[in-house]
Design a protein around this ligand. Structure first.
Ligand code: BGC
Length: 736
């Protein structure tokens, strides 16, 4: 049959019609989805037996829960974690299942993401990670973690987003939205107050309502109310004597009633402790309680969970009302309709170039230049140059170890590999320098080398070089940056402090590439010419580090937490044992709201490196700093404007930070608190006018006398700077 050729106009009209009809379809579909999901939930609920409903509320294996086959309801599959999808774990124990198709892209750990101060990158990070989770057929991704950085000893800080609730809240929202675009639930964790690993499963935290609401909860609240997170994980610790995972105030009241959370609460792996508390105080899915399968009993071990047989019995006897169960099941079904029972979820992808690019971009943007004497960095490639790369962190895998966030990347570029790939002309020589030894996770240790011979070899290597890059820091081994325990010392381990002294004695041109997820003591700081803080950067680590060292990327990362000079300068530590780690399993957060820079600022304790600090290879001039009014109403927003100019000769980025304080207040206040920030990318010589909006109601404090937020009238001070301790201008305004 002959068809008449269509004119270009007809084709265009056709395309436009199709486009609009699709838009309409999409709009109807999304509209439908929230209302139809509610109907579907009610219909499904009616079809489930009591036993089937209970079975939805607890694990059937280490990382999955049962479906209901006869109704076509699939199982739920979960996986760690915050910066990459973990390898498959066995059905009943923690060993790896040994699959050959479960390697992934390792993204940088979340301290690095926070250090980018770039919410757009956080969105790309979340989206790419969600794609990998989807590809691996996961319905729930067990991350991100947003516990506040309270002490540099916390073994798990590297997984979190720093010490400031505003920064963590701003960065976590796009991450979650990005993950969930893939039809995979993000699971924000660990709710709440899991701020140390030592004794995490039993320590009882005592903290004021004010610090709870102003410091420790905001990032969770943002995850729930702004990102609409679909899952949340309870913490191991206790708060005011009750376990956090099923807590009358935390989970039942604040999370589910006040914030109107409609997602599921999942326990941490074995953080549930009672049937009644789990049932009544908001736990929906119990995971990890003694998951040794049939190992300790003859019946199915999962039936012994608090939310299994004992729950069923109490429901049957009427001790627990059926409505309690139905609320949990509605949430669990909602999770399914949002994920594995959603009609239009994409298929996901893993290990593709785009994900590697995102990993590298986040890594390079998160690296923080701390010190740069006489422009030590960037180091230009030159055939006459000999660079010695010394230190175990130059070659040790940093995706292995660390606990549940351990990854099995398809590849991981070490700093040494990255530097070798980047420097084509210079001669790169290498020496291990020190060895941290095997850990529970990583069995690699050089067999014939002892600490002394490693040290001697390193000194010889340093002597031969023009420049030494000392790649040291912490590792992901137990008692380092690792889950399950805290660090025992603030200084660098494995003789690194002595080794640095020995190296500097033979070569004064030393730059320190610091690989940690935590602040460390730096008694050696004056002796080295440059320091870059690189965090744990995942698959593209070495390339990103070489990007910054060589100047291919101009550093723009800013510290998401304070580096104190000594441990006692940190707020939690300044109060002694009762505050950290606690006495008789109870700890009091004596510093209250004065966490991190809030403490240093208010008590005038000089940090080694302040929150928000980070150098660049170029310089910026910030001028015309203005606020739009002198007086604001409670409903208004403050518009802060300024001009930022890149006055150096290379392109770069600066982070303008807005802090606000109130000197006269009826309550104790921090000198200032971060309330807004913006990262500006500028070419050499370029300038840009920026505007940052701050809602006046974000200046409210949590008033314990009314158990609510209270916005005080009167004068406030606004501080505009590029670090907590580098303020360009202060201005006063008032709220009426
Ligand atoms: C960790 C969680 C993790 C879970 C499952 C727990 O030990 O605290 O963060 O998601 O294990 O691996």
């Amino acid at each position: 049959m002959k068809t008449s050729p269509k004119s270009p106009l007809t084709i265009s009209i056709l395309i436009i019609c199709i486009y609009f009809s699709q838009l309409q379809f999409l709009a109807q579909n999304t509209e439908q989805s929230s209302s139809t999901i509610a109907i579907k939930i009610e219909n499904t609920l009616k079809k489930l037996t009591l036993k089937e409903k209970v079975a939805l509320c607890h694990a059937q294996s280490k990382f999955s829960t049962k479906g209901v086959e006869r109704l076509g309801i699939p199982e739920i599959w979960m996986a760690d974690g915050p910066h990459g999808v973990r390898a498959e774990i066995s059905w009943d124990d923690w060993s790896y299942a040994g699959w050959t198709n479960d390697s992934i892209t390792a993204f940088p750990a979340l301290t690095c993401l926070a250090a980018t101060f770039n919410p757009k990158l956080s969105s790309q990070f979340g989206f790419s990670l969600g794609e990998e989770a989807r590809y691996r057929k996961k319905d729930v991704l067990l991350g991100p973690g947003v516990n506040i950085y309270r002490t540099p000893l916390n073994g798990r800080n590297f997984e979190y987003m720093g010490e400031d609730p505003f920064l963590a809240s701003t960065m976590v929202v796009p991450y979650i939205k990005g993950v969930q675009k893939n039809g995979v639930a993000a699971c924000v964790k660990h709710y709440a107050l899991n701020n140390q690993e030592l004794w995490r499963d039993k320590v009882n935290v005592e903290v004021s309502d004010r610090a709870l609401h102003e410091i420790y909860l905001p990032a969770f609240k943002a995850a729930v109310t702004k990102a609409n997170v679909w899952a949340l994980m309870g913490a191991y610790n206790k708060f005011r004597g009750q376990y956090a995972t099923h807590h009358e105030l935390l989970t039942k009241k604040i999370l589910k009633e006040d914030w109107k959370y409609d997602g599921v609460v999942i326990s941490d792996w074995s953080s549930a402790h009672s049937t009644i508390a789990s049932a009544m105080f908001g736990l929906d899915i119990e995971m990890g309680t003694g998951t040794d399968g049939l190992g300790t009993s003859t019946s199915n071990h999962y039936d012994h969970y608090y939310l299994a047989t004992s729950f069923l019995k109490k429901l049957k006897s009427g001790e627990i009302p059926l409505a309690i169960l139905d609320d949990k099941v509605r949430r669990i079904l909602r999770l399914r309709f949002r994920t594995n029972m959603s009609n239009n979820r994409p298929l996901g992808r893993a290990n593709n170039k785009e994900h590697h690019d995102v990993a590298r971009k986040v890594a390079a943007e998160g690296i923080v230049l701390l010190k740069n004497e006489n422009n030590f960095f960037p180091i230009k490639d030159d055939k006459n140059l000999i660079i010695a790369v010394i230190g175990e962190n130059a070659t040790r895998s940093m995706t292995a170890g660390g606990g549940s966030s351990e990854l099995k990347p398809q590849f991981e570029i070490s700093p040494l590999q990255g530097i070798r790939a980047r420097y084509k002309n210079a001669t790169i020589i290498h020496s291990m320098g020190f060895a941290s030894g095997p850990s529970v996770y990583d069995k690699v240790i050089p067999s014939k080398l002892n600490a002394d011979s490693l040290r001697v070899a390193a000194i010889q290597t340093a002597k031969k070089a023009d420049i030494v890059l000392f790649v040291g820091g912490l590792s992901k081994s137990h008692l380092q940056d690792c889950e399950g325990d805290d660090r025992k010392q603030f200084g660098l381990p494995f003789g690194q402090e002595t080794l640095i002294n020995d190296i500097v004695a033979v070569n004064q041109n030393v730059g320190f590439v610091l690989v940690t997820g935590n602040a460390v003591a730096m008694p050696w700081l004056k002796k080295v010419k440059g320091v870059i803080q690189t965090w744990y950067l995942g698959s593209m680590a070495g390339h990103a580090i070489a990007d910054v060292i060589s100047g291919a990327v101009n550093p723009s990362g800013k510290l998401p937490f304070t580096f104190p000079i000594k441990l006692e300068d940190n707020a939690a530590h300044s109060f002694g044992e009762i505050s950290y780690p606690g006495i008789d399993m109870t700890q009091q957060y004596k510093e209250d709201i004065l966490v991190g820079y809030r403490w240093h600022d208010t008590k005038e304790i000089k940090p080694l490196y302040a929150f928000g600090y980070g150098l660049s290879y170029t310089s910026f001039k910030v001028s015309n700093i203005e606020i739009d009014k002198k007086t604001y109403t409670k409903e208004a927003s403050i518009n802060v404007s300024c001009t930022v100019k890149n006055i150096g000769n290379i392109d770069g980025a600066e982070v303008i930070q807005i802090y606000i304080g109130k000197s006269k207040s009826k309550v104790k206040r921090a000198l200032k608190e971060l309330k807004g920030f913006q990262k500006v990318k500028l070419k050499s010589g370029e300038k840009s006018n920026i505007n940052i909006e701050i809602p006046v109601n974000s200046l409210a404090f949590y008033d314990e006398t009314i158990s609510d937020w209270n916005l005080e009238k009167g004068d406030y001070i606004i501080y505009v700077g590029n670090a907590a301790n580098n303020i360009f201008k202060k201005k006063t305004f008032s709220v009426k």
